[in-house]
Design a protein. Structure first.
Length: 420
């Protein structure tokens, strides 16, 4: 009992925390409410698992916004080079792709979970699946264990790594935040992040299924530009998805929650400024002046977009290119550079990649991941108020905070003779 640490949640943070705690002398009980560990790892990166990103530290931290500074001390101890070395030592080859994103070389997220299973099997870790934690055992502001499946499980320290609320089918349903709150922690309101958005006007529904690769996106809040991005976009029946939308979605979600007017403006020809686009249109219309507009526009747009474009700018498909007036050409040029969709809402936690909000960082010691409010309680992973863009940043934060929490809890027990 004097060396027992209980880890709640067997996701990225919890698996790493359990292994580190055990490797540093603790007896670990790893409680996972699902039947198998690592359920969310299995589906991350569309089943490929974007482990981390090779961006340098300052650039990496910037992807977390103002809260990124909390991770500085953690990353100085265990960052992407250390994580990649960990996987290499355990037989997992990795590959670095566009944008510095790192994946398992075979493209299988299950290989990542297998590494952790094999690692923990050789350590004093008791993995208990189908073990739902209902509460913390607290006495005079100090941890004494947890209540699991209606029974007390005693321990000198508890590491909460139960995830956020995104993809609840994987086990992340806000349990960790509720447990932290019961220990006195403040919870920054939870909301979906890296999530598709809903749009009005019916344009997206008409283009549902269309995937655009190189599109510029401007985000307008109350009519003023707030951010822009470039990349891939996917039209859905309800609105917009794809990497470029997910990247901007946190700003959109927070703005909608604040009652702001939100819209996105798509630049379908980001490589051409107004002058170059005008020259392109003049050339195309002159060279193909006897062809109908629906045929000519296929040289500028995906076929699915052509009838939508014609309707939006008020032209018939049969109109000949040579008959287009300067005013009509201006309308076309304006549409190609500024397809505007009002954002009316966002999808729920079931479709969100991560959770925004969580345990207030002001109440967690960034040097150890120990709670400042409850002795013996450590917090790691997505239940913390940390969220970043897509690209491997969030998973690295989970691994790193789990590493630090596990190591810190074990060292604290050892140095204090088994008492946190």
């Amino acid at each position: 009992m004097k060396n027992r640490i209980i880890v709640v949640g067997a996701g990225a943070a919890g698996l790493m925390a359990a292994g580190q705690a055990a490797a540093n002398g603790a007896e670990v009980v790893l409680l996972e409410k699902m039947a198998q560990p690592g359920r969310k790892i299995h589906i991350s990166g569309k089943g490929r698992c974007n482990l981390t990103n090779v961006a340098p530290l300052l650039e990496f931290l910037a992807h977390f916004g103002k809260n990124g500074k909390f991770l500085r001390q953690c990353f100085q101890q265990f960052f992407s080079p250390e994580l990649l070395r960990f996987f290499e030592e355990h037989g997992l080859e990795t590959v670095t792709e566009r944008g510095g994103r790192v994946f398992p070389a075979q493209g299988r997220a299950g290989d990542v979970v297998a590494v952790f299973k094999d690692w923990l099997a050789g350590l004093p870790v008791s993995l208990r699946p189908a073990s739902a934690v209902e509460g913390l055992l607290l006495e005079q502001g100090q941890i004494g264990g947890v209540l699991c499946n209606g029974q007390p499980v005693q321990g000198r320290a508890v590491i909460l790594a139960a995830g956020g609320s995104s993809y609840p089918a994987t086990g992340s349903s806000g349990d960790g935040c509720r447990l932290a709150e019961s220990a006195g922690h403040s919870i920054v309101p939870l909301r979906p992040a890296l999530v598709p958005v809903e749009t009005g006007g019916g344009l997206a529904a008409r283009l549902a299924g269309l995937h655009l690769r190189n599109v510029g996106v401007r985000l307008l809040l109350n009519g003023k530009k707030r951010a822009d991005a470039f990349g891939e976009l996917l039209f859905m029946k309800y609105g917009l998805s794809g990497p470029v939308i997910l990247t901007l979605s946190s700003l959109m979600v927070d703005a909608l929650r604040a009652g702001d007017t939100v819209s996105v403006v798509l630049d379908l020809k980001p490589a051409l400024d107004e002058q170059k686009l005008e020259a392109r249109l003049l050339r195309d219309f002159a060279e193909r002046r006897k062809e109908s507009m629906d045929l000519v526009l296929r040289g500028l747009l995906p076929e699915q977009m052509v009838p939508v474009c014609l309707e939006e700018i008020g032209l018939t498909a049969e109109r000949l290119a040579g008959e287009i007036t300067a005013a009509e050409r201006k309308r076309l040029r304006g549409w190609l550079k500024a397809v505007t969709l009002p954002v009316t809402g966002y999808r729920g936690f079931k479709e969100a990649i991560i959770t925004a909000g969580g345990v207030s960082l002001a109440e967690v010691d960034s040097r150890t991941m120990q709670s400042k409010l409850c002795k013996g309680l450590y917090l790691a992973g997505e239940l913390l108020d940390l969220q970043a863009d897509t690209g491997g940043y969030n998973l690295q934060a989970a691994f790193s905070t789990g590493w630090l929490a596990g190591r810190s809890a074990a060292e604290q027990l050892r140095h204090s003779g088994g008492s946190c």
